[in-house]
Design a protein around this ligand. Structure first.
Ligand code: SAH
Ligand code: SF4
Length: 363
């Protein structure tokens, strides 16, 4: 007997699921029922879908699947940030992080999602860049991280509440705008008011500076927040930190951001990883003021999270505060990002695909 590949239902919109049901000879409304089981309840087993006839549950199990990734491992930080290692198809692994917004029992969570297995950009300071690039994630694998993380979080917190995650940031492994179509598709699924219902304004997409992707995003008419990783305000240094700068140097990047702001009227966040002795001088601050002051932007200063195998260091809190003062005195809107999960390597840029490979790199 020929073994047919099962059809993936995760990642389908209501209308797709309705069409699927009609195509297999079922009434259309079954599509909506399955949609609710997936996105409201996070279920991946058809046998648990109690409002479907038994025969249909069995048939669906034979022809279809809902691949919510398994949590292979998790670590909990002293600040209750949780890092999940999730297993996708072909045993590929990615990490997702849930970060509580407060210490109380009813805390809301931010979820940091991965968009690629590894990352092709290879920034010199980033742990993900070290683990190499394996492949892009499909939209259903991005949404699957949400459902997998949410299920696990609810289990650990012993609650039935499936609305614990309120914000989503595309800041895990990978460069989202190099996996543009699947990332945008996943945004629409996460945002669907009939499903997971994360508000667009509660979604942030971070890019290392993929200028063409930024311009495409500007035309999507979405209310998401764009975050751009800056890290240096001269091309020589930026080339060394973010190899993508050779393709899109600062002038081109700023042009794309200007277009984004004028099309969307939305404030853009610039992220700036602070690296001791590399990008924290008075001159660096002055360069940033000159570059960003004409734009509608916020600056997020991220004290570097040190990565085993890399020689970059985090500046002292005094240096970070001094740099912040220079920026705000120069008229920029800036803040210092409070780091969470550093003790379990769940902070920005500390995620890797656990291949065990590390490589020494110097600037
Ligand atoms: N690829 C995208 C999104 C993922 S990285 C991007 O680069 O923007 C999310 C943020 O973490 C980026 O600003 C990135 O530069 C930063 N980052 C990477 N490694 C870091 C580290 N070790 N410490 C602090 N921030 C880091
Ligand atoms: Fe990729 Fe972002 Fe890490 Fe650079 S900082 S290697 S773009 S994940």
């Amino acid at each position: 007997m020929e073994i047919l590949k099962k059809i993936e239902l995760l990642g389908l919109q209501i209308s797709d699921l309705e069409n699927f049901m009609v195509a297999i000879g079922e009434p259309k409304f079954r599509g909506k029922q399955v949609y609710k089981w997936i996105y409201h309840k996070g279920k991946s087993s058809f046998y648990e879908m109690s409002d479907l006839p038994k025969e249909l549950r069995q048939r669906l199990d034979e022809i279809a699947k809902i691949s919510i990734p398994r949590v292979l491992k998790q670590r909990v930080s002293a600040d209750y940030t949780r890092k999940f290692l999730l297993e996708l198809e072909e045993k590929k692994r990615v990490e997702a992080v849930v970060i509580p917004q407060s210490r109380d029992k009813n805390a809301q969570y931010t979820l940091c999602l991965s968009t690629q297995v590894g990352c092709p950009v290879g920034c010199s300071f980033c742990a993900t860049g070290l683990s190499g690039y394996q492949r892009d994630l499909k939209a259903h694998e991005i949404v699957g991280q949400f459902l997998g993380a949410q299920n696990e979080l609810a289990k650990k917190l012993k609650t039935q509440d499936k609305k614990l995650i309120k914000n989503v940031v595309y800041m895990g492994m990978g460069e989202p705008l190099l996996n543009y179509d699947e990332v945008i598709k996943s945004v629409y699924i996460l945002n669907d008011p009939k499903g997971i219902n994360i508000g667009q304004r509660h979604i942030t997409i971070s890019t290392a500076g993929e200028a063409e992707g930024i311009e495409m995003l500007a035309r999507e008419n979405l209310q998401v927040t764009l975050a751009v990783s800056l890290h240096a305000c001269d091309n020589d240094l930026r080339n060394k930190l973010i190899p993508l700068n050779r393709k899109y140097p600062l002038e081109r990047l700023i042009q794309a951001v200007e277009r984004y702001i004028s099309l969307t009227n939305r404030r853009v966040t610039f992220e700036y990883v602070m690296l001791e002795g590399v990008n924290t001088s008075r001159q660096d601050a002055d360069n940033m003021i000159k570059l960003l002051k004409p734009l509608l932007v916020n600056v997020n200063l991220i004290p570097y999270n040190e990565v085993a195998g890399l020689s970059f260091k985090r500046p002292s809190p005094q240096k970070v505060a001094q740099f912040y003062k220079w920026l705000t005195a120069g008229g920029l809107n800036a803040n210092i990002r409070e780091e969470k999960g550093g003790d379990i390597e769940a902070a920005c840029g500390q995620l890797r695909a656990e291949t065990g490979r590390t490589r020494k790199r110097r600037l």
